[in-house]
Structures are given as structure tokens and as C-alpha cells.
Design a protein around this ligand. Structure first.
Ligand code: NAP
Length: 246
């Protein structure tokens, strides 16, 4: 597709709903052309509906090498390279470790952590050639504080933060920054099943007294993708309303 000269291209994974959708909408309103992914055809159609001419939806299952490969090839064929990658796709499979099946462990690590390797690696060369890029990884407050029943999820997010600090050191001199945005409790499908008493207990530990909105996260992602954020890299920034967890 032919874009206006100097239009920046962003890839947002897992953008059919929740935080990813808010990020895709925000970046497109910032003037970027947004390539946004979903795992199903209906998700892709939903994305195409909300992005209109300022972006496009593609299908991608991040745990499947072939699926990521096909999606990345479509991006490279259509747009040569991306300027911004937002690694947002993520899942939970909660269980106490004593009861956790290996499949529950593996699925979370495969999607939340190994998925980043599959997506970022083939897109890095193009970014390095441009000598400009922004990579934003969506972590979680749980990666730092831990949470009973989420050892798989916490491990995946803590891993993501270590990946971020390392890659930032590898490519900083090429004008590419790599950061994590770490949301607290945000109102999306992921937190919809929390019991009312759990929500009240969580709120009592949040300074601003409410759960977050997907747009609260998107606002920081937007800032980190801008030119003026060029001196922030390897960092993990919390968006958690002052959730007290130490
Ligand atoms: P969500 O509403 O459940 O949406 C998840 C997104 O990821 C969807 O677009 C989904 O696509 C996609 N996805 C799921 N499995 C995938 C797979 N196998 N391959 C590729 N994409 C897949 O989640 P959310 O709450 O917006 O969370 C987004 C990110 O923020 C996650 O990384 C999550 O860990 C992180 N986070 C969330 C919270 C929170 O409180 N909500 C807090 C901290 C961090 P489909 O629609 O096609 O399934």
C-alpha cells in the first residue's frame, strides 16, 4: 500500500480489543499508519472497522512460527519496514503452581514471552537500516510484585522486562529505543472475571481509587513512540494509579 511520504508505520499485536485496541486507536490518531493483529478473521474485521483508512488488520497467532512468519512477510512486502512495534498480545492461565498443568505454564510463556522473539527479530533489520525505531513491550505490575496463582504470567512479564533492558543495550546507538509499559489493573476482558470483593480489595491499594482504563496505558505508549522520547530506553514505566505493592 502506498502511504504518504514520512508516514510512520506501527505494528500493534493483539489489537482486536482491550489495551491493544486502545493503543492502535491512539497511534492512528497520532498520525501513524497502524498494522494491528488479531487471532481470528472476525477480530481482523473488527480492527479494519475501527481503524478505517489509517490502518489494517492482519491475522496472527503469536505462538505459531508459521503464522507470525506469514504476517511479518505481508508487512515487509507491503511496507518494507515498521518504525514502531508494540508487543501487546498476552494471556493469563491462572493456577497455583501445585495445580498448574505444564500446558498452562507453556502456553503463557510461549505467547507472552517467546512471541516477542518471533515478532521482533525479523523486523529489526529494517528498523536498524532506518536508524530509527521504537519498541514498546506491554508488561504487567505482576512481573514485579508477583501474584499468587500467576507464577507463569509473572515469569513471562519479568522475562519481558529483562529482554527489554538487554535489547535496549544492543541497539541504542542505532536510534532505536526499547521500553516496557507496565499496567496495573485495567478494565478489559482480562480482568472482567475478578470477583467484586477482589476488585474492592485491589481498589483499596490503588492511590487514585479506581481500576485503570485502556486509554491510560495507550497515552504512555503514544509518548514513548515519539521523537521527544529518544532519551528513554531500557526502562519499565508503571501505569497503575499508584498501586501499593512493596
Ligand atoms: P485482552 O482484552 O484479553 O486482549 C488480548 C489481546 O491479545 C487480544 O487482541 C487477543 O486477540 C490477543 N491474543 C490473545 N492470544 C493471542 C495469541 N495466541 N496470539 C496473538 N494474539 C493473541 O487483554 P488486555 O487486558 O487488553 O491485555 C493486553 C496486554 O496487557 C497483555 O499483554 C496483558 O498481559 C497486559 N496487561 C493487562 C492488564 C489488565 O489489567 N488488563 C494488566 C497488566 C498487563 P483475539 O481477540 O483474537 O483473541
Amino acid at each position: 500500500m502506498k502511504l504518504e511520504p514520512n508516514t510512520k508505520v506501527a505494528l500493534v499485536t493483539g489489537a482486536s480489543r482491550g489495551i491493544g485496541e486502545a493503543i492502535a486507536r491512539r497511534l492512528s490518531s497520532d498520525g501513524l499508519f497502524v498494522i494491528a493483529t488479531a487471532t481470528s478473521r472476525s477480530g481482523v474485521e473488527r480492527i479494519n472497522g475501527h481503524l478505517g483508512a489509517s490502518g489494517i488488520g492482519l491475522e496472527m497467532r503469536i505462538e505459531e512460527e508459521d503464522s507470525v512468519g506469514k504476517c511479518v512477510q505481508e508487512i515487509l512486502d507491503g511496507y518494507d519496514a515498521v518504525d514502531v512495534i508494540v508487543n501487546n498480545a498476552g494471556i493469563t492461565r491462572d493456577n497455583l503452581l501445585m495445580r498448574m498443568k505444564y500446558e498452562e505454564w507453556k502456553e503463557v510463556i510461549d505467547i507472552n514471552l517467546s512471541g516477542i522473539y518471533r515478532v521482533v527479530k525479523p523486523l529489526l533489520r529494517g528498523m536498524m537500516k532506518k536508524r530509527w525505531g521504537r519498541i514498546v513491550n506491554i508488561s504487567s505490575v505482576v512481573g514485579r510484585m508477583g501474584n499468587s496463582g500467576q507464577s507463569n504470567y509473572a515469569a513471562s512479564k519479568a522475562g519481558l522486562e529483562g529482554f527489554t533492558r538487554s535489547l535496549a543495550q544492543e541497539i541504542g546507538t542505532r536510534g532505536i529505543t526499547v521500553n516496557c509499559v507496565s499496567p496495573g489493573y485495567i478494565e478489559t476482558d482480562m480482568t472482567r472475571d475478578l470477583l467484586q470483593e477482589q476488585v474492592e480489595e485491589i481498589k483499596s491499594r490503588i492511590s487514585v481509587g479506581r481500576l485503570g482504563r485502556a486509554e491510560d496505558v495507550a497515552a504512555l505508549v503514544s509518548f514513548l513512540t515519539r521523537e521527544e522520547a529518544s532519551y528513554i530506553t531500557g526502562e519499565t514505566i508503571q501505569v497503575n494509579g499508584g498501586l501499593y505493592y512493596f
